[in-house]
Design a protein around this ligand. Structure first.
Ligand code: ATP
Length: 202
C-alpha cells in the first residue's frame, strides 16, 4: 500500500481533485477547503497529472516539479494529500484509471471535483459515462465560468457546489512571474519561495 494512503479512512469518501498544478495556488486550496467542509471526506487528494491529455503539446513544467510544489502547498494540512499516482504511472493521465487504482486500494466512495471550466471537458474524458456511474462528480463554481453552461450530456450527472470565488489561475501566476509583476500572495509561501529559487516561469 502506498504510504500517502496508509492513514486514510476507507469508510469515508475520498475526493479526487486532479489538475496540472503549474503551479498550485490559493484558489486550489480555498476551494478544496470548501469541499472538505461540505463533504467531510477522509481527504482531498490533489492528483497531479503527468501528461494532461488536454494539454499535450503545450509547454509545461516537469511532473515531478509540479508534484513537489503541490507537496509544499498542502504540507501541514492533514486533510489535503498530494498524490503521486498519475505522475508515477507516467504517460497520459486518465481520471478513470486513477479512480480504478483508488478502488483497488480499498476506497469505495470516491468523488471527483472539477472546476466549472473543466466541467465542459468531462464528456471528452476516457470512459466518462462509466466513470460517472462509479463516482460523484462535484462541479465547483469558478469566477468567469457558468455551471449552467454545462453540456447537455452532463445534465443530472453532476452536483454543483458553490465555493468561495477566487479569481486566481495558474495561468495568471505564470504570466505575473514572466512579466515581473507581484504574485507573492497568490500562492502559498513555500511555493512562492520555490518558484523564485528555481526560476520557474521566467
Ligand atoms: P491553468 O490556468 O494553467 O489552466 P488552473 O488554475 O485552472 O490552471 P489546474 O491545475 O488546471 O489550475 O486546476 C485544477 C482544478 O482546480 C481544475 O478542476 C480547476 O477547474 C480547479 N480550479 C483551479 N483554480 C480554481 C479556482 N480559482 N476556483 C475554482 N476552481 C479552480
Amino acid at each position: 500500500m502506498e504510504d500517502y494512503l496508509a492513514n486514510l479512512n476507507r469508510e469515508r469518501t475520498v475526493v479526487v481533485f486532479g489538475g496540472t498544478f503549474d503551479p498550485p495556488h490559493f484558489g486550489h486550496l480555498i476551494v478544496a477547503d470548501d469541499v472538505y467542509y461540505r463533504l467531510e471526506p477522509s481527504a482531498i487528494m490533489f492528483v497531479v497529472a503527468a501528461t494532461p491529455p488536454h494539454k499535450q503539446g503545450e509547454r509545461h513544467t516537469p511532473a515531478d516539479t509540479r508534484l513537489h510544489m503541490v507537496r509544499l502547498a498542502v504540507a501541514g494540512d492533514r486533510r489535503f494529500v498530494a498524490s503521486p499516482l498519475e505522475v508515477a504511472r507516467g504517460g497520459v493521465s486518465y481520471t478513470v484509471d486513477t479512480v480504478a487504482a483508488l478502488s483497488a486500494a480499498g476506497f469505495s466512495k470516491i468523488a471527483v471535483a472539477v472546476g466549472a471550466d473543466n466541467l465542459v471537458e468531462v464528456p471528452t474524458w476516457k470512459d466518462w459515462r462509466r466513470l460517472l456511474r462509479e463516482v460523484r462528480l462535484l462541479a465547483l463554481t469558478r469566477p468567469g465560468y457558468d455551471l449552467a453552461a454545462a453540456p447537455r450530456d452532463l445534465e443530472g450527472l453532476f452536483e454543483p457546489l458553490e465555493v468561495t470565488p477566487v479569481p486566481i489561475s495558474s495561468t495568471l501566476v505564470r504570466a505575473r512571474v514572466r512579466e515581473g509583476k507581484p504574485f507573492r500572495y497568490l500562492v502559498p509561501p513555500a511555493v512562492y519561495d520555490f518558484i523564485l529559487s528555481s526560476q520557474l516561469y521566467r
